[in-house]
Design a protein around this ligand. Structure first.
Ligand code: PEP
Ligand code: MG
Length: 577
């Protein structure tokens, strides 16, 4: 009988193929004590050594099959395994509490997951949580002498169905055999979701219980556009989806031709469609997807997994690479956006009851010039190699912006006095993420060169709803009239002062928001690279003038679903989005 499962549309496209269940043996462990602590520590040593050997092999495969990014993911696990602190922490539990090695591993895993997983919209911490789980699984498989599921065994074209897919699983697949992915858990920023987008594999994640409902060999349709999985579909369903798959493939092929084109609407208005980047790999993706610039360079990657602050020269080299590769296209570099959801690594941030409302981003930068100043110097030095703009995150008041800008000007003066060249046309702007700024946008617009709307944070602050808390995620509504009114207010205020406005939150890559943002006059859309061609194709079809009545009605609407309905009515191309 055919069955429908719902999940999250994680990676675009439609796949039709048999299921291949990748479900491992039971690795659950019980609390147990030992009377031979030395023996347990020896076993722990053994499992660390074997895990490391295995990961070295997987790393090589990952590098050959999937490139540097996949290898780096395995590196994170190797670094964890090689970190004496992790080993010592587990060993301590064996020696002090007399736990078995298995139970000690489990305890330490739980401890870290508790810290990492509560930040479930934060890519870095999610990556660390995934790495921790993968490492613990591998250690336990050796301690329990249980084999992990072996993705290499897949020898025919199939859709992988798994509880979740670990980075090391991904690294071992023969990518020609994988048609799509379905998982029980996971979100839009999980490692395998990102990987499936990079490999253009249709994926539906977070189905809850797909591994229980699907059997090996069941015929599946994975609809990664709408987040649906059809198990053993009917002939009619198959026919419908074959048509959809054909249309999607044709659309995708046509997007390829847009790679080197500018983004101009049907009525001749140019919009800049740029990429968000947070690593050097993203730079390659941005180029491959025809980005017209980097609208948000998240510089946090330079600070992750480091035992000390990155040197100015190291930062300079990274920024220089971005601006020189993008050449005459603009790179908007954001100063360190630490705190809130991004609490990794080298700086022990104070425990706070409300970290999202606490000591974060530019607040840290202003309080700790030893962080902000070298970063700004590195950016300024890189500015002569291309077109660099600089922006500050989470600014809430005009004084904050002025203080940050004054530090920038001061560093520029110093560099010039030292005889170091600095570009003289660097635009200086800010993220618009705090409602107080939206209220004062007219006055801020007199001081900044541009705004970049950080819709992810702006929406959480508008609705007073933590962006990472699943219980209140119903309040996170990009198409809500309150968001649209705020965005409109900001764009109008900036334009009145002759300044440009970009958007670099997820909303910028949401096709349902595109007609509204275009009609309101947003100048730059910055998004995950794999959305660029889709959005460009859409913008090229739309006429901003004809969309004006849509915007008026959307701004007068009372709810987000009302706006969604209006958009679908006005733009029939979006009825399936
Ligand atoms: C945002 O808040 O929309 C944004 C782009 O910043 P981040 O997601 O890095 O907080
Ligand atoms: Mg933000």
């Amino acid at each position: 009988m055919s069955l429908l499962l719902n999940g999250l549309a994680a990676s675009n496209g439609i796949a039709i193929a048999p299921a291949y269940l990748l479900v491992g043996s039971d690795l659950s462990v019980q609390k147990q004590y030992t009377n031979d602590k030395n023996h347990e520590v020896d076993r722990l040593h053994g499992s660390f050594a074997l895990s490391e050997q295995e990961l070295q092999v997987i790393r090589e495969q990952a590098h050959q099959q999937l490139g540097q990014h996949a290898a780096t993911v395995v590196d994170t696990q190797l670094a964890m395994l090689g970190d004496p602190a992790l080993f010592d922490e587990i060993k301590q539990l064996i020696q002090k509490d007399e736990f078995t090695a298995e139970w000690a591993v489990k305890k330490v895993e739980d401890h870290y997951l508790n810290i990492f997983e509560h930040q479930n919209d934060n890519d870095y911490l999610q990556a660390r949580a995934t790495a921790m789980k993968d490492v613990a699984k591998r250690l336990l498989s050796h301690l329990l002498s249980v084999a992990l599921p072996d993705p290499k065994k897949l020898d025919h074209r199939a859709i992988i169905v798994a509880k979740n897919v670990t980075p090391t699983d991904t690294a071992q697949f023969n990518r020609h055999h994988v048609a799509g992915l379905v998982t029980d858990t996971g979100g839009r920023t999980s490692h395998f979701t990102i990987m499936s987008r990079t490999l253009s594999l249709p994926a539906v994640v977070g189905t809850g219980n797909a591994t229980k409902q699907i059997h090996d060999g069941d015929l599946l349709i994975v609809d990664g556009i709408h987040g649906k999985v059809l198990v053993n579909p009917t002939e009619d369903q198959l026919e419908h989806y074959r048509l959809l798959a054909g249309r999607f493939a044709r659309e995708q092929a046509s997007w390829g031709a847009l790679r080197d084109q500018q983004t101009v609407s049907a009525d001749g208005r140019h919009f800049e469609v740029a990429a968000n980047a947070g690593t050097l790999d993203d730079l390659e993706d941005a180029r491959n997807n025809g980005a017209e610039g980097i609208g948000l360079l998240r510089t946090e990657f330079l600070y992750m997994n480091q035992s000390k602050l990155p040197e100015e020269d190291e930062q300079f080299a990274a920024y220089k690479r971005f601006v020189s590769v993008m050449s005459e296209q603009q790179v908007v570099a954001r100063t360190l956006d630490l705190g809130g959801d991004k609490r990794f690594g080298l700086m022990s941030l104070p425990e706070e009851n409300n970290p999202y409302l606490g000591f974060r981003a530019i607040r840290i930068g202003l309080a700790k010039p030893e962080i902000l100043r070298p970063q700004l110097r590195a950016m300024l030095r890189a500015s002569v190699y291309g077109r660099l703009a600089i922006m500050f995150p989470m600014v809430a008041t005009i004084e904050e912006f002025r203080r940050a800008r004054a530090i920038l000007d001061d560093e520029k003066e110093k560099l010039l006095t030292e005889g170091v060249q600095v570009a003289d046309n660097i635009e200086v702007g800010m993220m618009l993420e705090v409602p107080s700024v939206a209220m004062m946008a007219d006055l801020f617009a007199q001081e900044v060169d541009f705004f970049s709307i950080g819709s992810n944070d702006l929406i959480q602050y508008l609705f007073a709803a933590d962006r990472g808390n699943a219980r209140v995620s119903y309040l996170y509504q990009e198409l809500h009239p309150a968001v649209l009114r705020t965005v409109k207010r900001v764009i109008d205020a900036a334009h009145a002062e002759g300044k440009w406005v970009g958007m670099c939150g997820e909303m910028a890559g949401n096709p349902l928001a595109t007609p509204l943002l275009m009609a309101m006059g947003l100048d730059e859309f910055s998004m995950n690279s794999n959305q660029i061609l889709h959005i460009r194709a859409l913008i090229k079809k739309l006429n901003t003038r004809k969309l004006q009545p849509l915007v008026h009605r959307a701004l007068d609407a009372k709810t987000a679903p009302e706006v969604t309905r209006l958009v679908r009515e006005f733009v029939p191309d979006l009825k399936d989005e």
